[in-house]
Ligand binder design. Sequence first.
Ligand code: 3HC
Length: 692
Amino acid sequence: MTAINDVTDYALDGDVGVITLNSPPVNALSWRVRDGIALGVAHALADAAAKSIVLICDGRTFIAGADISELGGPQKGANLLEVMNGMEEATKPVVAAIHGTALGGGLEVALTCHYRVAVPSAKCGLPEVALGLLPGAGGTQRLPRIVGAERALELLTSGRHVPAKDCFAMGLIDELVEEGKLRDGAVAFARKIIAEGRPLKRVRDLSEKMEAARGHPEIFADFRKANVRKFRGFLAPEYNIRCVEAAVNLPFDEGIATERKLFMELITGPQSAAQRYAFFAERQANKIPDVPDDTPLIDVRSVGVIGAGTMGGGIAMNFVNVGIPVTLIEVKQEALDRGLGVIRKNYQRTAARGGITAADVETRMGLITSSLDINALGAVDMVIEAVFERMDIKKDIFGKLDAICKPGAILASNTSYLNVDEIAASTMRPEAVIGTHFFSPANVMKLLEIVRGAKTSKTVIATCMKLAKKINKVAALVGVCPGFVGNRMLSQRQREANALVMEGALPWDVDRVLYDFGFPMGPFAMSDLAGLDVGWSKETSTSSTLREVLCEMDRRGQKTGGGFYDYDDNRVARPSPVAEKIIQDFRIQAGVTPRAISDEEILERCLYPMVNEGAKILDEGMAIRASDVDVIWENGYGWPVYRGGPMFWGDQVGLGRILDKMKAWEGAMGEVYKPAARLERLVAEGKPLVGS
Ligand code: 3HC
């Protein structure tokens, strides 16, 4: 074996030269890896004994892409495009041997090899779009030449990781080799190529599929049309589409030039900066300063969920989806049956769309045991309580769990704002108690706010963080305060939205501004969707708020055909004259003369107080770092990821500007606008929130 550089080895296996990269954790294309490939290929070409070449990686994966932390920074080491050209032009066949995930630049490297083999568990993809980018190393030109324009559009704009078997079927992979025997399989394949005298296959030379798509602009028009909603606000999907158009319509080198130009535009723009920040923010959120990586974990093999309502059912699905059996508890058979019915229906809907098979539906349902007796939870490793948000009920349940559950079991509450320490105090084992705040619909939404109580053990925290990843959630650890991080900041926005309506804006003005900012919907449309009667009761209603009056009129949102908006049979919303009249009456009652409110003011009033609250949350230590707050807002509340979360966005707006506004509003409207100490300090120091 010859060391090529500190991350690359070369060895001769009979007549095959094997270049092995080893750059943990994911063999990303750092400058050392790029140098390693270039030098390794040169070495193999110079080795007269090597007739063909295999490029393979040690560790958990083939190259998982460009090194994202280097992107946008100064260039160092070998240029990736030149390294790739060197491989593609090589006079001996080069075979990429893929395991783990060949992603982004990793797949692009593989596409410049003459052949590709993979183990069945491998996956390939070009996920740059998720980073606000497009594949900038020839991927947009080579991928369509193999899979065709239509499929390339789908793969590039979804960033999907495609299983090796599907890659083989679409021609991305030339041969599947036995699991666990990648090196031997790749070497055998490389030898076979020589033995059979196969040509040096260069993807750039393939033209058939591009010619087939040429003269069919409707391929692109239809694709754009079908995805208008999905791509709204994002630049990268459109840029990826333009690259495929270039692949179809231009010679290869001109297509590459288009790709380069658009890539440079994206990588120097604000969206990609925000999306790359989000990538690292999500991973950073897993790191808890006082909970070391080697903290012992609890092996969670079974879970109990109390409450089979919308939340409980959704939570249960997360676990059975990954094969963890769930015991679902309810107080009444009827509620249990209804809950199980909803879960089954959800799975059936997924099956109908082709997401899972009919057999999967049965397997997953089979993993749920239901019971009306809480004593059935004696043997589970973790319980998640998802019942009505009332402290007395929660305390009662946790008192019972304390008596029932085995020692070492995790006792979690899905509360969205109640005091986890108070809940924990109803047990003799507060160290086992934690908050796991799922977001509705819990089987879909990515976020899990994990709430650390004063006495929660490190083992319980570490286990919940790991478990979140296992059930495909993005987790952030938060402290105990009303509403935790997400809902606490949301209440700022809600207060301002309501206040703006009293001052002269209309619900649809506020909604439109926030929708245009990039939220999936504004607060009033959201309330109509959720139901205005959540937490409302006829008996205690006093006509004192707009919401109460609407509920009293049986305008309870979408489900009753009206709320802030009127809805037609297809649930299409129109501004409601009824709601507008109620608003006007309220203003008259309060002696308010409505004023014209600009879109700019709506945005600032709704969002600056949120940034300010985020700073307070950091001051109080309720979130570990500013980027955790952003992770929460992007994954749980639809904050547009291309704007980087409220803390990142606040830095872009300028903290000085936000501070000035908060001070002005505090002077005019009172205490609730008081600037956070951190905001004042950071402005004085000229520092940003992120990293503070
Ligand atoms: N660059 C730098 N660091 C990376 C990285 C990359 N491409 N991919 C992963 N990492 C780091 C993570 O930050 C993390 O570091 P940490 O342990 O210090 O937090 C570590 O590798 C492990 O990552 P995960 O925790 O995400 O591990 P998983 O096993 O869950 O997932 C993965 C592995 C599927 C490879 C996932 O990390 C991933 O999706 N990575 C990004 C892939 C990607 O987007 N590639 C395209 C890059 S852009 C590009 O290639 C441009 C080109 O076209 C020019």
